[in-house]
Design a binder for this molecule. Structure first.
Ligand SMILES: [Zn+2]
Length: 278
């Protein structure tokens, strides 16, 4: 099983951990956030180390209601479940307790949950403090036509809000068997194109320490095992997403891959179209 290469720490907002629950004792998070229930995002969640750390720190685990229900279904350990706090979609205010050992004062944090249209209950987190805006996308699906409807990414004039950091999650499948129908370099090429795009325009910082192990989830680009994460600094997620969606390089490539491998890129487009119609 390929583990998430994202360590969970959000540099701009000290003391929180997102989609990673490993090394809880060392991390000493003041709050944890879970975007959705796929196993690569729940690393460490069901460990004794996490429970023991929570019992000491009293940190909460924040997530959407459906995600909490799935977690409860998978694990009924009361010692863990009692730290789960459900956040509704939209804007929420939470207070992170001070952490004297880490020299961190109390922090008022606005957390906006935005539907990620990935798996049941999946959300993106927009974290806002008095001087930082950070968006963590988790796995997400967004249609170009719908970008303007994401009101939380815009101010009241309809302009994209300034983001100090954008944590984008790209998902590829763990198991990939090359075959005549699936060109072996397909996803490597796609990755290369996206990387170039990101490098050229948005000066990304790559967080993954390990080999990327880029393997395609050609079937539907949804997977329990993403192996690659980008962290991209950008003024605007809208601009980044629009660039990706409107990039001819990416589009041409995905079209070719879809044809060659008879994969379901078309299905994605149909799903997006369906969403537009809904
Ligand atoms: Zn996922």
């Amino acid at each position: 099983m390929i583990k998430s290469s994202f360590h969970g720490v959000i540099d701009e907002i000290p003391g929180i951990s997102v989609d990673n629950f490993e090394r809880a004792d060392a991390v000493q998070a003041r709050a944890y956030f879970l975007s959705h229930c796929h196993s690569d995002h729940t690393q460490g969640l069901f460990t004794k180390e996490l429970i023991e750390t929570l019992e000491r720190t009293r940190a909460c685990l924040y997530m959407s209601e459906p995600t909490a229900a799935i977690i409860e279904d998978e694990n009924n350990d009361e010692r863990l479940l009692k730290y789960i706090k459900i956040l509704p979609l939209g804007r929420n205010s939470i207070i992170l307790p001070p952490s004297p050992s880490q020299n961190l004062p109390e922090l008022y944090l606005t957390v906006t949950l935005i539907t990620a249209a990935h798996s049941f209950g999946s959300v993106m987190f927009l974290f806002q403090t008095t001087n930082k805006n950070v968006l963590f996308t988790g796995d997400f699906r967004i249609s170009n036509n719908n970008v303007s409807k994401y009101t939380y990414f815009h101010d009241k004039n309809g302009d994209a809000i300034h983001l100090d950091a954008l944590y984008v999650d790209t998902t590829f499948l763990d198991e990939y068997t090359p075959s005549p129908e699936r060109p072996p370099d397909a996803i490597d090429k796609l990755h290369e194109v996206i990387s170039q795009l990101a490098t050229a325009k948005h000066n990304p910082i790559y967080r993954a320490q390990e080999e990327y192990q880029i393997k395609p989830e050609i079937v539907h680009f949804r997977s329990a095992n993403p192996a690659l994460k980008f962290e991209i600094n950008s003024d605007s997620i809208v601009r980044v997403i629009q660039d990706l969606l409107t990039s001819n390089a990416v589009k041409q490539y995905t079209d070719i891959a879809a044809k060659k491998a008879a994969v379901v890129y078309r299905t994605i487009k149909e799903e997006m179209r369906k969403e537009d119609l809904e």
